[in-house]
Design a binder for this molecule. Structure first.
Ligand SMILES: CC(C)(COP(=O)(O)OP(=O)(O)OC[C@H]1O[C@@H](n2cnc3c(N)ncnc32)[C@H](O)[C@@H]1OP(=O)(O)O)[C@@H](O)C(=O)NCCC(=O)NCCS
Length: 186
């Protein structure tokens, strides 16, 4: 979906722009998908599983920009992509259409500057405007940095999914389930 750009000041004094992701970022996004999945083991995708062509990526971003039930937010610093976040509806069946799901990842060089906090703040504001009642997410049990971010942003832990992930090294990892209530949010 489309939404207004927002400028934020980072902890190091630089300016970051939060904007709708769009086809003009397709090339950078392909690089981003490969690099971020190599920098951290906590994302769902392995780097070799990024198989989109540039044309695919352009089309996907164009479709998402027109979809009123997907918030796809890029963060740029000095004109370059620093990270991406998304909130999308869980499904259109009446019993679940009040829920949406959040994902976020930044390049490692931009961690700890306040981008994650600002993106989640803005994305949840937009999610409330869409009309969703709550945001759900799953986070790898060992990913304490992301859990600290989510707690800071008002997410509450509700459960644990046993051995949700199997890494290439043969180890299993649990997921922590979290949610944020949008009904009470100002
Ligand atoms: C998780 C992630 C999005 C956090 O974004 P960020 O911009 O670095 O987070 P912020 O700078 O806004 O920090 C938010 C809070 O996280 C915590 N935090 C930040 N860096 C941390 C670190 N190195 N260790 C532990 N907690 C940390 C702090 O509580 C911080 O709050 P504070 O600013 O009041 O101190 C980012 O680290 C990232 O992209 N990680 C890799 C991908 C990933 O794990 N995504 C989540 C998958 S579920």
């Amino acid at each position: 979906m489309k939404f207004p750009e927002r400028k934020i000041e980072l902890k190091d004094g630089r300016t970051c722009i939060l904007r709708p992701n769009a086809p003009d970022l397709a090339e950078e996004m392909l690089e981003y998908l490969k690099k971020t999945s190599a920098e951290t083991p906590f994302l769902l995708r392995n780097p070799d599983e990024v198989r989109y062509t540039l044309e695919d990526e352009r089309r996907i971003l164009a479709d998402l920009l027109e979809n009123p039930y997907v918030i796809m937010m890029a963060a740029t610093v000095d004109g370059k992509v620093a990270g991406n976040g998304s909130i999308s509806g869980i499904g259109d069946k009446r019993k679940i259409c009040h829920r949406c799901s959040l994902a976020i990842a930044l390049y490692e060089e931009y961690w700890g500057l306040g981008i994650g906090t600002a993106m989640i703040g803005y994305m949840t504001e937009l999610a409330k405007e869409v009309g969703w009642h709550q945001v759900d997410l799953e986070v790898v049990a060992e990913n304490k940095q992301a859990q600290a971010l989510y707690k800071k942003c008002g997410f509450i832990e509700t459960g644990r999914r046993h051995h949700a992930l199997l890494f290439d090294d043969g180890t299993y990892h649990d997921e922590i389930l979290m949610y944020k209530d949008l009904k009470e949010m100002n």
